[in-house]
Design a protein around this ligand. Structure first.
Ligand code: NAG
Ligand code: NAG
Ligand code: NAG
Length: 552
């Protein structure tokens, strides 16, 4: 009897052991079943491999998606200082692990005092706009503080450590940074040129070691003492003095009074997907409108076959022209009505615009009700997905290349020129108002898929994202192919600008339909995205900025 009891015990233990082994195998196999170029747990798609890796390591150490995004953005502020930094602002679209989506907006604002005739100084053509008068109140660090308070898991200071080390010890100037440093010339401010010069005053170039020591000091103080160290006290005093020396109007009061706004995302149904976007003054509603127009024209890959491809691109370009005409309704909702912007998210409005698009012709500016405005450039984006399913889509900017080109020597901060985003889109501005933006950090979900996506490149953001989403969601391209696909950008005067590898036969056919084109010197469009489908994560950073994603 005793013996058989022992046998039963042994038997049960063995069965239990087998079950445990089977479960472990199933879990391991499920993870292994993801294809080689995908990740099983989490991923970060930033502008550069260096910053994607820093973000990934934060996730691996138990950080939240928000922790990963903040660390990757701080890193980007030294790897691509021409694009973004703590002297700028950002918009975070955050989906928590339960699927709830919030927007944390820390875009720059108009200071309390500003040049009365500021907008008279807007240039008539799209060009870099520099000078202290264009500096808006920077929100970047307040934004990080807020979003970290809501969603952070790791200590605040730990998110800064990798970047402080990079900034202090220096690193070889990456190719993209080097490209923009080489464009600095004697018209640019001495402090900014000195930042990128060696001891003998010679300008640095790609591969030379660059250090950001003053910035390292500032970041260390903010890491140890929190965001208040940036917005009040010694750093704030130094920063304001440097800004005023450069002709800026910001005061200590402006910094101290800066407020982050937290809102629910706006949600647009798009086929099987729910698309979560930041409300105005962000550009998400324009993106949603374009996609809703296109969806009625280009439902599957047959839209790219033969002659159909020309018609598809004609209609796509027409949709972009209408979007240009409607841009003027995107303003800070705290200062003007968002009734029109809300309308843009409605299916019936997209249907109406679609009915105004003909197959055989294009029209003059009047037809699209286009008010003159200017195109802009710059910015960065990071897409993050964490193990718990939470996702962050964050776009950050100092606006144009090197922002206002004002560098604060005593704090190491490069200041934005965000107020120039009002140019051509507003005839008066109000203290506290946020300029309109093309930034549209997006999180999209269907039953089987989550897509975290965003872009940089100023006015090119909307086009770049619309192109990727159209190609990926409907026209059968993989995420990688869709991001690599050459774009056609419609500028503020409705000129078409094609990336050099764009299908020449389509270009010719579009010209025959009456569109006009112009050669563009630079394309700033960059899209970084992370997608989760069937438990496997695909992360793609745009090769245009030599980006690379990281995950595990
Ligand atoms: C400085 O700006 C002026 C006016 O825009 C331009 O003509 C000149 O070529 C610039 N200087 C350099 C060194 O590029
Ligand atoms: C920020 O919020 C505080 C408290 O509500 C308010 O006193 C302050 O005026 C706000 N700042 C701005 C620039 O509106
Ligand atoms: C395009 O088609 C419409 C309707 O068929 C016609 O009225 C119009 O004249 C055509 N335009 C051109 C430029 O051929």
């Amino acid at each position: 009897m005793a013996r058989s009891k022992a046998q039963i015990y042994t038997c049960c233990s063995l069965i239990l052991l087998c079950i445990v082994v089977l479960i472990v195998c199933a879990v391991v196999l499920a993870k292994r079943s993801c294809q080689e170029e995908t990740f099983a747990s989490a991923a970060v798609a930033a502008d550069s491999a260096m910053c994607s890796v820093i973000g990934r390591d934060i996730l691996r150490r138990g950080g939240s998606a928000v922790d990963g995004a903040i660390a990757a953005l701080l890193c980007t502020s030294v790897v691509n200082p021409q694009s973004m930094g703590i002297g700028g602002g950002s918009i975070f679209t955050v989906m928590d692990s339960s699927g709830k989506v919030k927007i944390i907006n820390s875009r720059e604002t108009v200071p309390k005092t500003f040049k009365a005739d500021l907008l008279n100084g807007c240039p008539k053509t799209s060009q870099l706009i520099s000078g202290g008068q264009w500096i808006g109140v920077p929100g970047e660090i307040r934004g990080y503080e807020h979003v970290h308070r809501l969603y952070g898991k790791l200590p605040w200071a730990s998110l800064f450590q990798p970047t402080i080390k990079l900034a202090r010890e220096g690193f070889p100037i990456p190719e993209v940074q080097g490209r923009f440093v080489s464009l600095l010339d004697s018209n640019d401010t001495l402090p900014l040129r000195k930042l990128f010069s060696d001891k003998n005053g010679k300008m640095l170039k790609t591969g030379d070691t660059v250090k950001f020591e003053k910035l390292a000091d500032t970041l260390e103080l903010v890491a140890n003492r929190g965001a208040d160290a940036f917005y009040t006290g010694k750093i704030a005093q130094d920063l304001i003095r440097d800004i005023q020396d450069a002709g800026g109007t910001l005061t200590m009061e402006d910094l101290a009074a800066y407020n982050v706004t937290v809102t629910d995302a706006w949600t647009i149904p798009l086929g099987d997907f729910q698309m979560h976007i930041p409300p105005p003054p962000a550009g998400g509603v324009m993106l949603g409108l374009i996609l809703n127009i296109i969806k009625g024209f280009a439902a599957d890959s047959s839209a790219l076959k033969g002659e159909q491809k020309i018609l598809t691109y004609h209609r796509y370009v027409e949709a972009l022209k209408f979007a240009n005409g409607l841009k003027k309704y995107i303003r800070d909702p705290q200062f003007s009505s968002d009734v029109m912007a809300k309308k843009f998210t409605e299916q019936s409005f997209a249907d109406h615009i679609r009915s105004l698009i003909s197959n055989n012709e294009t029209h003059d500016l009047q037809y699209y009700n286009i008010a003159p405005h200017l195109d802009s450039m710059g910015t960065t984006h990071v897409s993050v997905m964490a193990e718990d399913g939470a996702a962050v889509s964050a776009t950050s900017t100092i606006n144009h290349i090197f922002g206002s080109k004002v560098f604060s020597p005593s704090t190491g901060v490069i200041l934005n020129n965000e107020l120039s985003d009002f140019c051509g889109r507003a005839d008066h501005i109000v203290a506290g108002e946020q300029p309109p933006s093309s930034m549209s950090p997006v999180v999209m979900r269907s039953k089987s898929k989550t897509l975290v996506i965003g872009g940089s490149g100023g006015s090119m953001i909307t086009t770049a994202m619309a192109s990727v989403l159209m190609n990926h969601l409907w026209l059968g391209k993989s995420l990688e192919e869709a991001i690599a696909a050459p774009i056609v950008f419609v500028d503020s005067k409705n000129m078409l600008k094609f990336e050099s590898t764009f299908d020449k036969s389509v270009v010719e056919a579009l010209m025959a339909l009456g569109h006009t084109q112009q050669t563009a010197k630079y394309f700033y469009n960059v899209v970084n995205a992370v997608e989760k489908e069937d438990g496997c994560i695909r992360a793609v950073s745009d090769a245009r900025k030599l980006g690379e994603a990281a995950g595990y």
